[in-house]
Design a protein around this ligand. Structure first.
Ligand code: AMP
Ligand code: MG
Length: 411
């Protein structure tokens, strides 16, 4: 157990978080509801695909033994005895010397074993002249040629997107087990804050954390379920934490050493057990973590950049883990295009830009304005690198870049 008065390292903090992630919840969902969710079961085919042998072309279903000698200068002529349409098959057996009209996707009728496409035929007076054929069985999609009944179609932990729901629909599966998206409450604290569109006095601050976190949570696959503003008052903070029913509570502000910072006390009063307070990092030193039953509460710092960086490195992986994905970060390797040094005493989360080079690979540049009150250090960045105290990343050296969700394809 880490003493809460002790400042800990990034890796120690991550270990504590991993040990306390609320258990993921698996639910049955209709396929209409699963876009973006993660599958929580293996799916086996309840039936083969195609379900019945059908035509790959508009043309004529025929018997190979009738048509195998057909050539341009000696076509084979067959009597057209019926039609098999998509959704309306021909019910009789096709006999020697007969052909049936067939549409793409229509069932191959009994007796036929080959399809000749319209382009290779001529038709007049109820007779079709087959001008050319390639092989027995041509242009037929056979029952089960894609997969047989019982074959594994989708594996547990696949992401459910348009192709996956289409595959489920095609085999008649209407409901699947998927991970329930992590439910998140956001408590934005601060008596100096003014909400969207409100008149602002000289000594007030426009809130940016609420909209920032809502957006980041949604981009990470979480669901915001409660999001009050909380003044810097003990009772209001206790009440807000008490009302927050979620897997994850993210408060911003009020976790430093100020006289009006109530988040830690209010969490305690609500029965939360503190897990750590303060990480040897910049930005985001005052990050606080507490737990009660199946809920984790992150007290993020108030500075928007600190709050965002703590979200990206600590809270976002909890959301992805609860959603059925690994606890981790999207990373790419990048090469420093200039020297970057950490001369401070804390581990530095340095916001960086990625550039794709013509000869391949990413290179890293480093916006100079890195203040934790400077949101442009985020808008100008594609991700961040982690630099230990005293570390000097030299031009040409490679390092991992933790990439922001919202910068999938930096150029
Ligand atoms: P705190 O951690 O509450 O002491 O806040 C640290 C700094 O971040 C202060 O300058 C606050 O005014 C600022 N801040 C806190 N919350 C927000 C917010 N929601 N939006 C913008 N700035 C904030
Ligand atoms: Mg505050």
């Amino acid at each position: 157990m880490i003493s809460i008065s002790e400042m800990i390292s990034i890796n120690e903090a991550l270990q504590v978080i991993k040990n306390n992630i609320p258990s993921p919840v698996v639910q049955n969902y209709f396929v209409e509801e699963v876009a973006g969710k993660i599958l929580a079961e293996d799916i086996h085919a309840p039936e083969p695909s195609p379900r019945y042998s059908n035509s790959a072309m508009d043309g004529y279903a025929v018997r190979w033994e009738d048509v195998c000698g057909a050539e341009q200068n000696s076509p084979v002529s067959l009597k057209i005895v019926g039609e098999s349409k998509a959704g309306a098959p021909f019910q009789e057996i096709t006999r020697q010397g007969e052909a049936i009209r067939i549409s793409t996707g229509a069932m191959i009728t009994e007796g036929c074993d080959t399809v000749v496409r319209i382009e290779d035929t001529e038709e007049n007076n109820g007779v079709v002249h087959i001008m050319t054929v390639r092989r027995q069985g041509q242009d037929i999609r056979y029952r089960g040629e894609e997969f047989q009944e019982g074959e594994l179609l989708l594996t547990k932990r696949s992401k459910l997107s348009a192709p996956e729901v289409a595959l489920l629909a095609t085999v008649g599966i209407n409901k699947v087990k998927a991970y329930k998206p992590c439910e998140v409450a956001i408590l934005v604290t601060g008596s100096e804050l003014v909400g969207k569109g409100e008149k602002i006095a000289e000594y007030q601050i426009r809130d940016s954390n609420m909209i920032m976190l809502k957006t980041a949570i949604e981009e990470s696959g979480g669901k915001v379920v409660y999001c009050p503003y909380v003044p810097d008052e003990k009772k209001a903070t206790v009440d807000a934490i008490g009302k927050a029913q979620a897997d994850l509570i993210l408060s911003t502000g009020g976790v430093s050493v100020g006289r009006h910072d109530y988040v830690k006390d209010a969490a305690l009063e609500n029965g939360y057990s503190p897990l750590f307070w303060k990480i040897r990092q910049k930005p985001g030193k005052p990050l606080y973590l507490a737990q009660k039953e199946n809920t984790l509460l992150f007290g993020l710092p108030g500075n928007p950049v600190s709050a965002f960086m703590c979200f990206a490195h600590y809270a976002r992986p909890v959301i992805t883990a609860m959603n059925g994905l690994p606890f981790g970060w999207p990373t790419v390797s990048g090469e420093a295009s200039e020297d970057i040094a950490n001369r401070g005493k804390r581990t530095n989360l340095v916001r960086v830009q990625l550039r794709w080079r013509e000869n391949g690979g990413y290179c890293i540049t480093h916006p100079k304005k890195q203040g934790s009150h400077m949101l442009t250090s985020l808008t100008e960045a594609d991700g961040y690198i982690i630099m230990e105290p005293g570390q000097n990343l030299l031009k040409g050296e490679r390092t991992d870049v933790y990439r922001y969700d919202f910068r999938r394809d930096p150029v």
